[in-house]
Each structure stands twice: as structure tokens, then as C-alpha cells.
Design a protein around this ligand. Structure first.
Ligand code: FAD
Length: 431
């Protein structure tokens, strides 16, 4: 049978794939998107950055977004797990960079479906329940793959391939370039709860991050009733607990005073979901015949809720480059190189901050909610996401200064060191 041909094939119908495909179709390209599952489907990643809202508005999706159940997010709350100190807050309104100062939390299943429906309406041929099995050919101007639907395999070809397969990294695995970042080897345990404590007013909408020596919990309000709750642990500590992965979240909540208090009246799920080894990069992010977008390219630790925002941004950027190649006769190689730089520059600032976040000195300094020359506001500007591909000078120099303060904090304790809370060293009967 003759392979089906499109100008662009997109693997994956999450936010990155749907956005790339929609942008391409809106500019007149013939796009086929292959999605292994069918929407709506569960996905983790429910807290957004103000920058994500900017992107959705620019994509013309604000009205559709408004129809989805969501909770307004004005910032983040940070607490040490022992609960001996009052919470600290990072409000988006303190950002040094102009732009949206609010974001939202929502359940991903309807959000992702909304994006995929919008792509379909823009003219993308969306094939759900269609899993890509193998890349057969990958070169500039000609790509071929096999995909399976209902037990039947079919061959598809295109000029350009976009890998938006998320953590499956179909192309990264095909090329053998998926590299897990050894210093960010983490495991996440999560689920949806009911009846978790919410603060009054604006506090009801913040993302809460509860810090322990071995990692951190998130509390994300999804709607009136439901709350997404999760724990990220470093891999070695996860093994050390000796607790079955599917029960680990409940075990950890019960050991952590702040979490136990917030979940006092909560309905827990039977077991938790588990994701491991989720920080990696698949370099080069673009090359002959392909572009990788969203998680398929690289994944930054989720502590700052960057994932979907980066998926929208990389999707838009890749679509613009592909349009230039296919419709404006631009040479592919320089655009692929520019795209690689874009992804590198855009994610570098987050990787740097994530690595700093895991140092106790970061908690000592950032949780004070102040700092000379407003350095903490530079960090909040990054947390808003209005910083890529390159943050403004006012943010850059402050971030350098913040890094210097972190070094000094480690050596000289510029501010009092915070008492740590350990999930593993804490006996359940002690709290
Ligand atoms: C623990 C954790 C917490 C997170 N928290 C947040 C958060 O608070 N905020 C945030 O913004 N982000 C968060 N993220 C990140 C977020 O989930 C991702 O960044 C985001 O979903 C990436 O979108 P994507 O479109 O690249 O990939 P995905 O949304 O994963 O979509 C990929 C799609 O590809 C499909 N697919 C996979 N393989 C194939 C195949 N072979 N053939 C066809 N289709 C295929 C899948 O079915 C899927 O629908 C979190 C991630 C983790 C692990």
C-alpha cells in the first residue's frame, strides 16, 4: 500500500504537538498528527506560569481556556515540612518584567483536549489511538515511519517530522540521544485528592511547595473540590524509604507535619501514580528532517511548573521555523541551528534555578522574601516565565548577584540557616 504523505508529521497530541500542528495548519501547511491515546486522557502538569497565559492569549485560545474549570494562581507558597516557621510567599505581581501577573491551575485532560480540538479545527489531520512504532527514514526533506492503529500498521511519510511525544521521546530514543541528567535523578509520586485544606482569599489559589531534605511536595488546587498532590524525591532517598512506590505518597504525607495537617480531612486516592527519571535532554533538538518540541526535546524538573509553558513556546518556535523552510524557501540547517539555540537558551535559566533550588542555601535566602537590590524579585520574574529566550538585563544581573549570595550563604550564613525537615530521619511517632 502506498504510504500516506503530508508536509509535516507530528508525533504526539499533548500541548507541544497540538500547538505546533495548529500553528502550521493555520499557516496553510498540510499536517498529520499521530496520538497514541485518545483525548481526554490523564496527564500530570497542572500548574501554569503567567507566561503560559500570554502564549495562550497570543495563540487566540483565551476564550476556550475561559470555558475550562480552573483556579486563579497569583503566586506560590513555600513551607519547611516541619511547619515550625510561617509560610513564605512569592507573588507574581513582584516580577521585574512587565506581562501577565496571574496564571491558573487546571486539570490537564480537558485542557489538552481543548488544544487538540483547536488543532483539528485549524485543519490538522488528527489520528488518535495511533501509536508510532518505528522511524524508518529521517533525512532533510523526507521522513518515513510506521504507526499502528487497532492492530493494523501503516506507513506515513512527510517532508518534516516533529517529535512531540513527551517523555516517550520517540525520536530521542531512535537516535540514541536521550541523556538523563544524573544530578537531577528524581522520582515523583502523585494523585488527585479531595478535601485538602485551602487558605482564604488569594491563598486558596497559590501552588504550595513543602520542602524536605529529600525533596518537596506540591499542593495544586484543580477546581472547587479536587487538589493535585505530589512528592518529588531524589532517587537515592526514594530507594532508602523501603516503601512500595505505589504507596509512597501516603506514607510521606503521614510523616510530614505540614502535609499531615493540610490533609487532615482529605480523601486519598487508593494508590499514587509514579514517574521516574524525568529530567533529561535529547540533543540536538533539531536536525536534518526533524524538530523536537516540548518534553520530547528536554525536560526541566517540575518544581517551577515550567513544562507546559515551554511546550507552547517551543511548539510555536518550531512551527515558525518549519513554515520558513517549507513555504518561504529558507535553508533548513541555519533554522535548525537557531531553534537548537532557542531551546538551549530558554531552558538554561530554569535548569540553573532548579539546581540552586535543591541547595539548602536557596531555601535560606529565597524564603526570607527579601534581599538587597531586590534579587529575590529577579527569581520571581523567572518563576513568571517572562524571561525567554533571554531575560532582560535588570533580571540577569540580579540573578548573578543572587548566585553570589548563595555562595556566600553556604560559607558565612548571611541569613540564619533554616532547620531542615527529613522524611527519612523522622520517625512516624515523633511528629
Ligand atoms: C511530576 C511532574 C510534575 C509536573 N508538573 C508540572 C506543572 O505543574 N506545570 C507544568 O507546566 N508542567 C508540569 N510538568 C510537565 C508537563 O507534564 C509536561 O512538560 C507537558 O505535559 C509536556 O507536554 P508535551 O506536549 O511535550 O508532552 P505530553 O503532554 O506528554 O504529550 C505527549 C503525547 O505524545 C503521545 N505519545 C507518546 N508516545 C507516542 C507514540 N509512540 N506515538 C504517538 N503518540 C505518542 C502521548 O500519548 C501524549 O499524549 C510536570 C511533569 C512531571 C513529571
Amino acid at each position: 500500500m502506498k504510504p500516506e504523505h503530508s508536509e509535516v508529521l507530528v508525533i504526539g497530541g499533548g500541548p507541544a504537538g497540538a500547538t505546533t500542528a495548529r500553528e502550521l495548519a493555520r499557516s496553510g501547511l498540510d499536517v498529520t498528527l499521530l496520538e497514541g491515546s485518545s483525548h481526554p486522557r490523564f496527564h500530570i502538569g497542572e500548574s501554569f506560569l503567567p507566561r503560559g497565559l500570554t502564549d495562550l492569549k497570543e495563540l487566540g485560545l483565551a476564550d476556550r481556556l475561559a470555558t475550562l474549570p480552573q483556579v486563579r494562581k497569583l503566586g506560590a507558597e513555600f513551607l519547611m515540612g516541619h511547619g515550625k516557621e510561617p509560610p513564605s510567599y512569592a507573588w507574581f505581581s513582584s516580577s521585574l518584567v512587565p506581562g501577565e501577573q496571574a496564571a491558573f491551575h487546571l486539570e490537564r485532560a480537558p485542557f489538552d483536549k481543548m488544544l487538540l480540538d483547536a488543532a483539528r479545527e485549524a485543519g490538522v489531520k488528527v489520528l488518535e489511538n495511533t501509536r508510532v512504532l518505528k522511524i524508518l527514514r529521517l533525512e532533510e526533506g523526507l521522513v518515513a515511519l510506521t504507526a499502528e492503529r487497532n492492530g493494523t500498521a501503516r506507513e506515513l511519510t512527510a517532508h518534516t517530522l516533529v517529535d512531540a511525544s513527551g517523555q516517550a521521546t520517540v525520536l530521542g530514543k531512535h537516535l540514541g540521544i536521550r541523556k538523563v541528567l544524573p544530578d537531577l535523578k528524581k522520582v515523583a509520586y502523585y494523585g488527585h485528592f479531595r478535601g485538602v485544606y485551602r487558605g482564604p482569599g488569594d491563598l486558596a489559589g497559590v501552588i504550595t511547595v513543602v520542602l524536605c531534605k529529600e525533596g518537596w511536595f506540591w499542593i495544586i488546587p484543580l477546581d472547587e473540590e479536587r487538589t493535585s498532590l505530589g512528592l518529588v524525591l531524589n532517587e537515592a532517598s526514594a530507594r532508602q524509604t523501603g516503601v512500595a512506590a505505589k504507596n509512597l505518597l501516603k506514607w510521606a504525607i503521614e510523616r510530614c507535619p505540614v502535609m499531615a495537617e493540610r490533609c487532615r480531612n482529605a480523601e486519598f486516592p487508593e494508590t499514587n501514580v509514579v514517574s521516574a527519571d524525568f529530567s533529561y535532554g535529547c540533543r540536538p533538538f533539531a536536525g536534518p528532517g526533524y524538530f523536537m518540541v516540548g518534553d520530547a526535546a528536554t525536560f526541566v524538573d517540575p518544581v517551577f511548573s515550567t513544562g507546559v509553558c515551554l511546550s507552547l513556546a517551543t511548539g510555536r518556535q518550531a512551527a515558525a521555523a518549519i513554515y520558513k523552510i517549507l513555504r518561504q524557501g529558507h535553508e533548513a540547517a541555519p533554522l535548525q541551528e537557531a531553534y537548537r539555540h532557542y531551546v538551549e537558551d530558554t531552558t538554561a535559566i530554569f535548569f540553573r534555578l532548579v539546581r540552586q533550588f535543591y541547595e539548602p542555601a536557596f531555601r535560606d535566602l529565597f524564603l526570607t522574601e527579601k534581599g538587597p537590590f531586590s534579587v529575590h524579585k529577579a527569581v520571581i520574574s523567572v518563576l513568571c516565565g517572562h524571561v525567554f529566550p533571554r531575560p532582560p538585563f535588570s533580571v540577569r544581573w540580579r540573578l548573578h548577584l543572587f548566585t553570589l549570595f548563595l555562595k556566600l550563604q553556604k560559607r558565612f550564613a548571611l541569613v540564619p540557616r533554616r532547620e531542615e525537615f527529613s522524611l527519612i530521619e523522622t520517625r512516624a511517632d515523633v511528629s
